[in-house]
Design a protein. Structure first.
Length: 439
């Protein structure tokens, strides 16, 4: 633990965006990134102690895989953790893993699967049956960790049916560890808890060995206190949503497409047209100022921000193709450079109002219609960044909004006033509506 703390202090000293003085680094004094000069295909360069699981885990890991060949390439290149769950592709992600696992040493791969429930698990019997079915799909005798999928309040962390089933599965040597994942909450229908309060309860509970959370440079103030607490209790950490940036997708594609097609924006988009244009100008100025030609450099810097934190043990990615395998694994073992710091700080200063912080729900208490702002904007992130259109739209359709989003047009914007990060929620919600309702 001593070395972990030392590394942590070093990370805070060198990487915290909030503590980098404005005059310390500027766009004109950017350091040059190291170039990978190795000709071999990129592979994992760093493994980290994974809490008290006894596992050394690769710094990059596979989010729920949906492509067998891509998963094989990842395992061949040293990735040794695969995240999945029964809901991904109706179990197909687990089936893909099951087929691939037959050709690898099972004992060297950590499988994390998840069980979801909206409120509570109906019975221990049902949890057991669902767990055994997951093992059948995975073609394995045991799962390294089973997690409660996307816990939305701390009450679910105490679910008796889940925990008694896990106790039995551990005794049968069918499950080694128990965990929980969390994106935050939904204050429209639930207790007013956010990602940090829910996960602090999980840490306090003592039964969770592995925690999966949304963490990136934009929500660092929310997520890093959870990581620090996990470190004190030797809890393994898995990170999702490392890249919160979707500036190009929102503004370029949305407004340009409408203009090219000669179409009018709908009333909701039209109401915020001036703000979109302003955001677009700010984005272009930001990219020009920092000499960035695409959002891939931002994505790289965002990845390295998380990789540089030793308390973030492994980072999940939805590798879609071999190009992404090469690009992302090429970053394994890398740390934040001076240029990365400048770029990310610049993003926070100039475009921070475009990024709703995953895991924060603060403004939802201010909304008279209890709009689940964070969830809507997260689903739009799935749509526009992860390109998971169908999944995003299905999730949005299941939200049971009290009022249609169009109420925001005439609203005074209580959510914007309540957001301590200054996020321009209304134009972002309008963009989300455009995507998720397929106007
Ligand atoms: S808009 Fe601001 S206050 Fe609301 S959920 Fe996003 S980050 Fe939190
Ligand atoms: S703009 Fe008004 S109605 Fe819409 S989410 Fe914000 S506070 Fe709620």
């Amino acid at each position: 633990m001593a070395s972990s703390k030392l590394n942590r202090r070093k990370f805070i000293k060198t990487a915290s965006l909030s503590t980098i003085g404005a005059g310390m680094l500027s766009a004109g004094t950017l350091a040059t990134d190291n170039k990978d000069t190795v000709n071999a295909p990129p592979s994992i360069k760093e493994y980290r102690k994974f809490g008290k699981t006894g596992f050394m885990v690769s710094d990059f890991s596979s989010g729920a895989p949906m492509n067998e060949a891509v998963l094989r390439a990842l395992l061949e290149r040293g990735v040794n953790l695969i995240d999945t769950g029964e809901t991904y592709g109706n179990g197909n992600s687990e089936r893909i893993i099951g087929r691939v696992l037959q050709d690898f040493d099972r004992s060297k791969i950590f499988i994390n699967s998840k069980l979801y429930t909206e409120k509570e698990f109906p019975s221990k019997k049902e949890v057991l049956e669902r767990s055994y079915r997951a093992m059948e799909r995975l073609q394995t005798d045991y799962i390294d960790c089973i997690q409660i999928h996307s816990a939305e309040n701390s009450a679910i962390l105490k679910d008796e049916a889940f925990h008694s089933a896990m106790e039995q599965l551990k005794k049968e040597s069918r499950v080694k560890h128990v965990g929980v994942s969390c994106h935050g909450n939904n204050w429209a229908y639930d207790t007013e808890e956010s990602l940090d309060t829910i996960l602090m309860s999980a840490i306090e509970d003592g039964r969770f060995d592995v925690i999966l959370l949304a963490y990136n440079f934009a929500n660092a103030d929310i997520a890093e206190k959870v990581l620090e607490e996990c470190d004190k209790k030797s809890i393994a950490t898995m990170i999702m949503k490392s890249n919160p940036v979707h500036i190009f997708n929102i503004f370029e594609s949305r407004m340009s497409r409408l203009e090219e097609e000669g179409k009018e924006a709908d009333a909701f988009l039209q109401a915020y047209y001036d703000k979109y244009r302003l955001m677009d100008e700010q984005a272009k100025a930001f990219f020009a100022r920092y000499g960035i030609s695409s959002d891939s450099e931002l994505k790289t810097a965002a990845s390295k921000y998380v990789l540089s934190n030793p308390l973030a043990h492994t980072t999940l990615w939805d590798f879609q193709n071999f190009e992404e395998v090469d690009n992302l694994l090429g970053l394994s073992g890398q740390k934040l450079t001076g240029r990365d710091e400048v770029v990310l700080r610049g993003f926070q200063e100039h475009l921070g109002h475009t990024a709703c912080r995953i895991g924060c729900n603060d403004c939802e208490a201010a909304c008279p219609h209890h709009m689940p702002v964070n969830k809507i904007l997260r689903y739009n992130y799935y749509f526009s960044v992860k390109r998971q259109e169908k999944r995003a739209m299905t999730k949005y359709a299941g939200l049971k909004l009290q009022k249609p989003l169009t109420v925001c047009i005439d609203c005074e914007g209580y959510c914007e006033q309540a957001c301590k990060y200054g996020v321009w929620t209304r134009p972002l919600l309008a963009a989300a509506k455009y995507n998720l309702e397929m106007i």
